[in-house]
Every structure is written in structure tokens, then in C-alpha cells.
Design a protein around this ligand. Structure first.
Ligand code: 1PR
Length: 534
């Protein structure tokens, strides 16, 4: 039946498409799921959000007959929107674990970004669209930042030039969207690209309406530095889930009450930060290391509600590890992560368990960790490792087997060096591994991004730990998120000027409304740092 408000969604079950569903519903449309190849041919409007690896996606759609139905649907020039891997699969082939053949609709190949020259891969974040062809879908979006997260990209060539509607620059020029007749596909995520993305999505869903206008603003040219709002969440003593904030990880009030500090409701704050222009929102379930998160249904509910209102990436961490409950039922960390993804997370973050995985990997040279497992199933771009290090001063680098830095301000006994010792369980236990060693190891194990905290600086408002962030961001080729210590707008420009951080995260200054997100961004623009403006 044809219903102007229904859109058909091809979700072949390989990963998380909840964000796409949320965006479609938010725009006022109903979803009909494809169950058989016939459903594809019967669609009035088809959205194909590719997830997972290229080869496994092709295996599934080939074996179910969906691939042939897709080719036929496209041959008939029926309204089609591919997203991310849904763009890549249209090409002849991909080098991802391959070569693997694609649908062969568009001539050309899909290749990995080359990190050998220090390019950070995956390409995560807000990059600028350069429109090369007039299309209704991207009208008004030229020079806008939209959200990308991928390691592979389709290469422009003479053979596919007619298809290209926009390109984007990251190390080289790659295809960010294609358009031919009613066939459209985008490499970026319109469902996670804020107001610009929603307006693009809406133009596909209701082509006759003009769609919400893409907001006007100055033209962007490259990958933006991200500003992330972080919400540390835990139950207070009444059992309510609250956003809290510690000083050096101590979240209890120093008055006589000793209550867990309550800075607001998680969903409300997350929605507000989205509206205020946060490029990403992170939830850290900070007692996840002791309370099993799947027993913590309120946290999953928070995620579900937040993901219906927040159209930028959502990360959630806390408690991702193997677990056996009281009844003896065993849950793998992959199951825990999967539940977070199903509830609306775009990325998950692993803290303590990644430290144990890295220690084991460095000792035995082999890895059989949850980190690897989760990144194999969901892709490394969906896996963040959160590091909680504490500064340890030493007189000389020879004193320890860990990588040290010459510190910018000396230790209490005049020490000129420090190493950064990793901790687990929210800073409670120190481990025999440094932040540098951990970062290198988890990069090899399949982490796609590093969230780099610093216990000494957390909640102090004195600025980020530049020594630490420089050391780690110079050591890896995955993006590093600088965290802990932001107290003023200048701290953000400082961290981007002095280190290779891709993003900066803050909590306290946003919760206490001391510095609005917009003020941070305006300051960064003035300082010559490219950021996404609303
Ligand atoms: O170990 O996998 O269960 O994950 C637990 C997660 O919870 C880790 O990511 C860990 O960083 C976090 N966590 C645990 N305990 C605390 C605590 O505060 N007591 N919070 C905690 C970490 C640090 C940052 C904070 C920044 C910015 N919070 O997220 O938001 O330091 O703060 P600021 O801008 O106010 O300085 P697992």
C-alpha cells in the first residue's frame, strides 16, 4: 500500500540502525521494515543504512536475494537513500578485507584512508561538504559540516564523475554523496548531523515539502575540531539516576551531608547540550564497574530517551565487561555493548576492561579481549577506550619502565618528569601500565578512538593536561579526545594549538553553566580553529 507517511527501511540486522529509526520518526514518518526482497520492490521510498563490514553486508544481502531486488529497484529509478556503507555498497568493489564485489551500480572502488603519513583513521567527525552538482537533497548544504565516521571511502574517477553530487576532503578528495535520478546516497550520517542532517533527511522523505531550511552560516572547509559534553551518571542515595561531577573523581559533597552531587537530569541535560551545539554527547555510567549495567534498566532508559532527542553522536560507557549474575547467568561484554547499541548508543566506551586487555596483550602478545570482539562486530569506529590516568612524578626517565614526559611544571620535590599511571574502577585501583603504553596497545587491539581523562585535572578548571595529551595524541593514529580540567574558553584553544587532539570534552563548566558551548565555539573560531557552527 502506498502511504505518504511511510518509509521502507532495509535493516539487514548487522548492527545498530536505531539512530536512523529515531530520525525518521522524529521527522514524522512511519517505518516499514523489509522482510523479503519483494518488500524492496514494493517500497515507495527506501532507506538503506549500511552497517558493519562491506563483505559481511554483501554476504547477507546476496544470500537473502536482497541484492538482486536492490539492483532492480535502482534500475527502475525508485526513490532510494543509501547511508554510509549504503553508499559504498553501490560501487563495483571494496578493498575492505578484500577485494569484495559490491552491487556494481556505480563504477569505482572503495579504499581505506591511508594512515601511513600520520592521517588519523577512522575519519570521525564533522567535515565540510563541497557540492559539485545541484540536487534537491543537498540544496543549501554547501560548505556545511556533516558527521562522518568511516575508515573506507569511495574514490572519484572519470568513470563515476556523473554520479558525484558532493566531495569532501580528508587527506584526499573522496565521494561524500552521489545522485542520479531518484537514486541518492551519502557517506555521512544525516541522522547524526544535527539540524543540517535532519533537513537533508527530510528532503528525501518529503521531496515536495521544501524541508526545514539548512541553517545559514559561514562556509566550512575541513574536518572540524569537536566539542563534547560529558555526563557522568550514577544513582544517588535515593536511587535516582543523576548527572554528577567529581573533583579528581570524588563525586560526594564535601559538606557534612556527603551526598552524591546532583547536577541535573541526564535526558534533559543531554537534549539541552544538543540544542546548544555540542558536537557529541557522552554518558559515563560511573558505577558500572560494580553495578551490572544490564541490571541498571534506568540507564538504558536514559539512553533510549536521549537518543530520540539528540541528533549528534551519543557515546555511552561504564560496566562493559563479562559478568555472571547472582543466578549464575553469564553475560559477555559483547552482550552488554550490544544492549547499549540497541538502546541508542552510537559508540560505546570501555574503561577498566580495556586496561586488563592491554596488560594481557603486552604480556602474552595475544589478545582475546572484549575490546577486540566488540570492534570486530561493530567496527572499530564504534569503540572508544576511556583512560583514567594519574600523574606520577619521577626524577629521571630511567626510574620507570613506562614512557615519561618532561613536565611543563615541576613536581612537588622538583621532579622534572612524570609518567601517567592507568587506573581501573573509577580511579580506585592503580595498574602497572602507563597511558602511553595503554593507548598504543588498545589501538592495536581495535579501539577506534581514545577518551583521555586525567584524574589530577578532573574538576579543577585549571586547563587540560597538555603534557599527557600531547604525548598520547602524538603516539597513535586514531582520534584522541582531550578530557578533564576545562575551566575557560582559552583552555580549548590551548589544547588544539598545542596537541593533536581531535576533540575536547568538558563536564563541570557546562553543567554549572559557567561557560556555554557557543562561547567555546566562538572563541575557537576567533583563534582560527575550525569548528561546526549552528
Ligand atoms: O571502567 O568501563 O566501567 O567505565 C567507567 C567509566 O566511568 C570510565 O570512562 C571512567 O572514566 C568513568 N568514571 C568512573 N568513575 C568516575 C568518577 O568521576 N568518579 N568519571 C568516572 C570519569 C571523567 C570525565 C569527566 C572529565 C571532565 N569522569 O568523564 O567528565 O574529567 O570533567 P571536567 O570538565 O569537569 O574537568 P568502566
Amino acid at each position: 500500500s502506498s502511504d505518504a507517511n511511510t518509509v521502507t527501511l532495509l535493516d539487514y540486522g548487522a548492527g545498530n540502525v536505531r539512530s536512523v529509526r529515531n530520525a525518521i520518526r522524529h521527522l514524522g514518518f512511519n517505518i516499514r521494515d523489509v522482510r523479503s526482497p519483494e518488500d524492496i520492490l514494493a517500497a515507495d521510498r527506501l532507506v538503506f543504512p549500511g552497517v558493519g563490514a562491506f563483505g559481511s553486508a554483501m554476504d547477507v544481502i546476496n544470500s537473502t536475494g536482497m541484492a538482486d531486488a536492490l539492483r532492480e529497484y535502482i534500475r527502475r529509478d525508485r526513490p532510494f537513500l543509501g547511508i554510509c556503507l549504503g553508499l559504498q555498497l553501490l560501487f563495483d568493489s571494496s578493498e575492505e578485507n578484500g577485494p569484495v564485489s559490491g552491487l556494481g551500480v556505480i563504477p569505482g572502488v572503495v579504499r581505506r584512508f591511508d594512515s601511513s603519513e600520520g592521517l588519523i583513521v577512522p575519519h570521525i567527525g564533522w567535515n565540510a561538504l563541497q557540492i559539485t552538482k545541484d540536487t534537491q537533497l543537498l540544496q543549501g548544504a554547501d560548505g556545511h559540516h556533516v558527521y562522518f565516521v568511516h575508515s573506507y571511502h569511495a574514490l572519484p574517477s572519470d568513470a563515476n564523475r556523473d554520479w558525484i553530487s558532493s566531495t569532501c576532503n580528508y587527506g584526499e578528495s573522496f565521494i561524500s554523496s552521489i545522485s542520479m535520478g531518484n537514486i541518492q546516497a551519502v557517506q555521512f550520517h544525516p541522522e547524526k548531523s544535527g539540524a543540517t542532517g535532519l533537513s537533508i533527511f527530510e528532503k528525501f522523505l518529503s521531496p515536495n515539502s521544501s524541508g526545514a531550511k539548512a541553517p545559514a552560516h559561514r562556509k566550512a572547509s575541513k574536518l572540524a575540531k569537536r566539542v563534547i559534553a560529558c555526563l557522568d551518571v550514577r544513582s544517588n542515595d535515593n536511587g535516582d539516576l543523576v548527572v554528577t561531577k567529581g573533583d579528581q573523581y570524588d563525586v560526594r559533597d564535601h559538606s557534612s551531608s556527603k551526598e552524591v552531587r546532583n547536577l541535573g537530569k541526564p535526558v534533559e541535560l543531554a537534549s539541552q547540550y544538543y540544542i546548544d551545539g555540542a558536537d557529541e554527547v557522552s554518558f559515563l555510567n560511573i558505577t558500572g564497574f560494580r553495578a551490572f549495567p544490564l541490571g541498571d534498566l534506568p540507564m538504558l532508559e536514559v539512553l533510549r530517551c536521549a537518543s530520540e532527542k539528540v541528533f549528534v553522536p551519543l557515546t555511552v560507557g561504564g560496566g562493559i565487561r563479562d559478568f555472571t549474575d547472582e543466578s549464575g547467568r553469564y553475560y559477555s561484554s559483547l552482550e552488554v555493548a550490544s544492549e547499549y547499541f540497541r538502546s541508542g548508543a552510537d559508540k560505546i566506551s570501555i574503561g577498566s576492561d580495556a586496561v586488563f586487555a592491554a596488560e594481557a596483550y603486552l604480556q602474552t602478545g595475544t589478545g582475546k579481549s572484549s575490546l577486540e570482539q566488540i570492534s570486530r562486530v561493530y567496527g572499530n569506529q564504534a569503540v572508544v577506550v576511556s583512560i583514567d590516568p594519574r600523574r606520577v612524578y619521577v626524577k629521571s626517565p630511567d626510574e620507570v619502565q613506562f614512557k615519561t614526559v618532561k613536565v611543563s611544571s615541576k613536581g612537588p620535590s622538583g621532579e622534572e618528569y612524570a609518567w601517567y599511571q592507568c587506573t581501573v574502577s573509577g580511579g580506585r585501583d592503580s595498574r602497572p601500565i602507563g597511558a602511553y603504553e595503554l593507548a598504543k596497545a588498545v589501538e592495536e587491539l581495535g579501539a577506534g578512538e581514545i577518551l583521555l581523562n586525567c584524574i589530577d585535572c578532573d574538576g579543577q578548571g585549571g586547563g587540560f593536561d597538555i603534557d599527557l595529551i600531547k604525548m598520547v595524541s602524538d603516539a597513535v593514529t586514531i582520534p584522541v579526545i582531550a578530557s578533564s580540567g576545562a575551566g575557560a574558553v582559552e583552555h580549548f584553544s590551548e589544547v588544539f594549538e598545542k596537541t593533536n587532539a581531535s576533540a575536547a570534552l568538558a563536564a563541570g563548566i557546562f553543567h554549572r553553566k559557567e561557560v556555554p558551548i557557543l562561547a567555546v565555539k566562538e572563541h575557537l573560531v576567533d583563534a582560527g580553529v575550525e569548528v561546526r557552527m549552528l
